[in-house]
Design a protein around this ligand. Structure first.
Ligand code: PLP
Length: 220
């Protein structure tokens, strides 16, 4: 029977293989275990197996299950990978160690204020609307240089660029494009790749892959 720990080992091996093919060091890639919709008993086996980096997409859901898990272990890094509303900025800054959905000036202002108030700087990834999809979050590609300049004018550490490519289409060209945007704008981190395409993302330079289903099974 497959369990979360054996799946974790297999995914780490796949990442290591992709790194080798791409002539990259395996520790240049961070696997974010996306535990959204899964409860503490489902998460605990991964912690027991030594995994320390987790991702959630909703502030409220994370507030329900993570404080107890974090009390038992202080070395866990929690990433907020979903869209963030400005009115949740303070709560997000209090709980998360990284925020991936920074995509607009109003949210930047709210986060800068929240971090100042909390006395805690949380590194942020700037999400790019890489497929130029009307319904998706993310900074429009044409506005990226200007938005990055705004981010860099705050004390908020810029962790990198993040994208969610359009569904049901080959992700590789979008990953390559995000990597080019990062290089053009002097940004080093790249949060890209999910269960179905994380190896491709690693080949194309991902520093962070966000894997849920392949680790925890389907979200039902
Ligand atoms: C849910 C989610 C993931 C993980 O997706 P899987 O296909 O389950 O691996 C990655 N990134 C974001 C932003 C998500 O919301």
């Amino acid at each position: 029977m497959e369990n979360a720990a054996t799946r974790l080992a297999a995914i780490n091996a796949n990442i290591a293989r992709a790194c080798k093919q791409a002539r990259r060091s395996p520790d240049s890639v961070t696997l974010i275990a996306v535990s959204k919709t899964h409860d503490a008993p489902a998460i605990q086996p991964l912690i027991d197996a030594g995994h320390r980096v987790f991702g959630e997409n909703r502030v409220q859901e994370a507030q329900g299950k993570w404080p107890a898990l974090l009390e038992a272990r202080s070395d866990i890094a929690l990433h907020l990978i979903g869209q963030l509303q400005s009115n949740k900025a303070e709560e997000a800054v209090a709980l998360f160690d990284y925020i991936h959905g920074l995509d607009r000036p109003s949210l930047l202002n709210a986060l800068a204020k929240a971090m100042d108030k909390a006395g805690r700087l949380v590194p942020c990834f700037v999400q790019v609307n890489i497929g130029d999809e009307a319904q998706k979050g993310g900074c429009p590609i044409a506005e990226l240089p200007q938005f990055l300049a705004q981010v860099r004018a705050t004390p908020i550490p810029l962790a990198g660029l993040m994208c969610i490519p359009p569904a049901d289409t080959e992700a590789a060209p979008f990953f390559a494009f995000l990597a080019k945007l990062a290089a053009d704008n002097g940004v080093t981190g790249l949060s890209m790749g999910m269960s179905r395409d994380y190896e491709t993302a690693v080949m194309l330079g991902a520093s962070h892959v966000r894997v849920g289903t392949a680790l925890f099974g389907s979200r039902g």
